[in-house]
Unconditional design. Structure first.
Lengths: 478, 478
């Protein structure tokens, strides 16, 4: 199957934005204009409005016809009733693609919306124009200088995303960026009236800039085609899918949101799993999986050893890891003896798995502890955790120091640990704890550690990650 | 059954702290001393150390004998081997209760620990001393001026907590405080060698300052007694229990942590449910339940209506609420028509449940929208949500303004909505979004709104809350 090459969508030489008003009130056209200018889009941007005028010192053209040069790409922020005229003009101008931010088409109750959607599609096909949307935020692609969000990373990265919701595309970008994830392309596709989820998936499968594919899917236009596309994609890159609309109310909402027919969740779960997709159930879980793929090499099995401070945290960690499907092997008698003999006292410590080192004795002791537990044959991954609000007695100032010390300890493990390692920063409700947790998250992420922000999310992600590799490798150790 | 009155534990007239050193290194005795002084404990505090000296300008006594006045309560931060001498001295001094922060007793592998625990218990019983712990942080009680944490609220409130982990007690305090929750008593009970979970539960049941009981339980000493205590407590106040150690690894960790025999999770789940406890599976979920009890009156049924901004968020909300066990009834035809006619356009909005109002048109429109959906007969609770990172296009500065506007809209509902209402602030990974979310959380909490920080946690808590009241009321509407 040959995928349609959509590369031209992401690298237009010039863009016109229809519906730009230089007004103080909310004005989507102006916002696109500002977002693209601020993001450093390298080509020409032509603002359009029948009334003409100026925006930020630039002439507003009254129509596409009036624009002097070539226009590759049009963003529409005009009301839906003006859409047919706009696309007719675009066809005359030789525009290659038109993105309708405009909504009020197939997704609304009113039958006129559906008629209007058919009409613009008809004109687009006649004029050889591909349509993004309608009813969406459109495209983010740092290499092409495209964005629908003024405050996101300008760095390109290996993650592609297809989203049937602009809000979730924005959220995924924010969530990913905050965790060190950079994107090749984020596609907010809305109703997908012309280009749909299968088109984009086939494109990202062949896109050399995209190494990991993520998708937020409300409904699927052509089931067999999409499943085939997932299967083909999953053969060469991880495909992480958040399929929603499984509940009756969710399916109702999906239809009203983007015309998507959601279908039964159980059926889709089975089919997507069979096709090789990794399924997640929130945008946060999606980015957890991405973090695992980016920052951890695949564990060879399901056995983890956990180390950190706190007995209560250790019990919760043990339960959550077990519930998620992972196992925490017991140490050999020799390893336990070695561990106990490293420390001055057993009091307040637990030399089982999870290991509770309580107040660590020295960086050397910590390094030796890690060495002993990593050497255990049945251990496939390491988990280091910091439980911020568990430090009773310690004042916020002292906590700063203590937590900073643990951060250095974790950083000192870089290039020393060979087994896949996850870091969990958890329990940071206090204001200071929260600030510290995010500072440490950023510092560790920068050094290439896989960081998770709750015990449960780490356990779930790690298990999914291991399960994914188990499916790929028949000789996998359970 | 008459509960042993433990009130004296929480209101000692004087406290001695054994094991205070004025050193720069970690020193638990000194930390208790600082925590209690800083918290404003109103009685006398006597630091103890065989070497004497001074701490923060105060004399350190060499032993309990040397202390001039009466001592009601002793906190032990001495090594476990010195524990028998300390408790012998305490008995001679007429001390009523001794809290062993000291660990290294029944919870460690070494058999000497268990022997030592028996020995201190024997001396305590002979001397008429009640023991808190060993191996715990002890007591927090704002009315009595007691704390084990320097940076927590000095305000007393209606929530009592029993915790077999000091870390989790600390975390619950931080999590609760950050969400406007104030505590009557937090009991970190450790091994519970003398006073155990049943003693404390019976006490909190009769404590007039405690209106809601929460408990983090690793294992139970006397099952039938504890279940009876839960049953009695649940008759007069909500009892929220986080029972851990259900997994094999978790049970292992629990024994090493606080000697607790955890027992099978399925068995406990059934028994605790039968006894009337509300079960949760994390400290965050525990505080979610507390927030529901504090800030929402009980819904009369399982039907919610959800309103906010964002189509993708609406689909996720619908799925998560349905998955949690709640239902989202459809509006009557008339209500839908009324809603649609309120707004200038259907485009970008969803007038189903969840309602997506997109950019709201005016505060009056929002108020009328709420009025219409609240008037729906089959609606038992309202949910208002803000999806921070879903605002594509909007720059951080503009977002500040928009989100602030939504905050005012929600605040304006105060005293207007009659049906139980939950607010969900979600999807705030961006740094600015995060700051805003917590500012708004604080502002809304201050005005008595029940605020949750993720869609899933809100759905799970609301369903548990409704389920709890369903069990109490046979005539409940599903």
């Amino acid at each position: 199957m040959e995928a349609f090459d959509l590369d031209f969508l992401f690298h237009p030489q010039s863009i016109a934005i229809a519906g730009v008003r230089d007004a103080s009130k909310f004005n989507a056209g102006l916002m696109f204009y500002k977002a693209l200018s601020g993001f450093g889009y390298p080509g020409r941007i032509y603002p359009l409005n029948p009334n003409g005028g100026e925006v930020m010192g630039q002439k507003i053209y009254t129509s596409l016809k009036e624009v002097p040069g070539q226009v590759d790409y049009v963003i529409s922020a005009v009301p839906s009733k003006s859409a047919p005229q706009l696309i007719t003009d675009a066809a005359a101008k030789g525009v290659k693609a038109l993105h309708f931010f405009t909504s009020g088409f197939g997704e609304i109750e009113n039958a006129n919306g559906k008629k209007l959607q058919e009409e613009i599609l008809r004109i687009a096909r006649q004029g050889g124009i591909r349509v993004v949307g309608p009813n969406c935020l459109g495209l983010y692609c740092p290499k092409g200088g495209l964005t629908f969000n003024p405050d996101v990373s300008k760095e390109s990265g290996p993650v592609g995303m297809i989203s049937q919701s602009g809000g979730n595309a924005s959220h995924a970008l924010a969530e990913g960026n905050s965790r060190g994830v950079r994107f090749s392309k984020v596609i907010s596709m809305g109703n997908g009236a012309d280009l749909n989820e299968s088109d984009y998936l086939e494109y990202l499968t062949n896109d050399p800039d995209t190494k990991i594919i993520t998708a937020y899917i409300e409904g699927i236009k052509n089931g067999p085609r999409f499943l085939k596309a997932v299967k083909n994609a999953a053969k060469i890159k991880p495909v992480i899918i958040f399929k929603v609309g499984g509940s009756e109310a969710g399916a109702e909402a999906a239809v009203s949101h983007t015309t998507a027919m959601a279908g039964s969740s159980h059926v889709w779960e089975g089919l997507l799993a069979q096709a090789g997709a990794i399924q997640v159930y929130s945008i946060e879980e999606m980015m957890d999986m991405v973090v695992a793929f980016l920052y951890m090499h695949p564990p060879e099995g399901k056995s983890s050893v956990i180390i950190g401070v706190g007995g209560g945290a250790s019990v919760i960690l043990a339960d959550e890891f077990s519930n998620a499907g992972l196992s925490l092997p017991k140490f050999s008698k020799e390893s336990r003896q070695k561990l106990i003999s490293l420390y001055s006292s057993e009091a307040g410590r637990i030399f089982k798995n999870p290991v509770d080192i309580n107040n660590f004795e020295s960086p050397e002791t910590f390094a030796e502890t890690i060495q002993i537990i990593e050497a255990e044959e049945r251990v496939h991954s390491l988990v280091v955790h910091i439980a911020f609000d568990h430090f009773g007695l310690v004042s916020e100032e002292d906590k700063d120091f203590m937590v900073g010390t643990y951060q250095s300890l974790i950083l000192s493990l870089k290039n020393k640990i060979k087994k896949p390692t996850a870091v969990i920063l958890h329990s940071f409700a206090g204001k200071k704890s929260r600030q510290m947790a995010f500072e440490i998250r950023d510092a560790l992420t920068k050094e290439g550690f896989a960081v998770f922000l709750s015990i449960r999310s780490a356990a779930v992600a790690l298990n999914r990650y291991v399960e994914h590799h188990r499916r790929l490798k028949p000789g996998f150790k359970a």
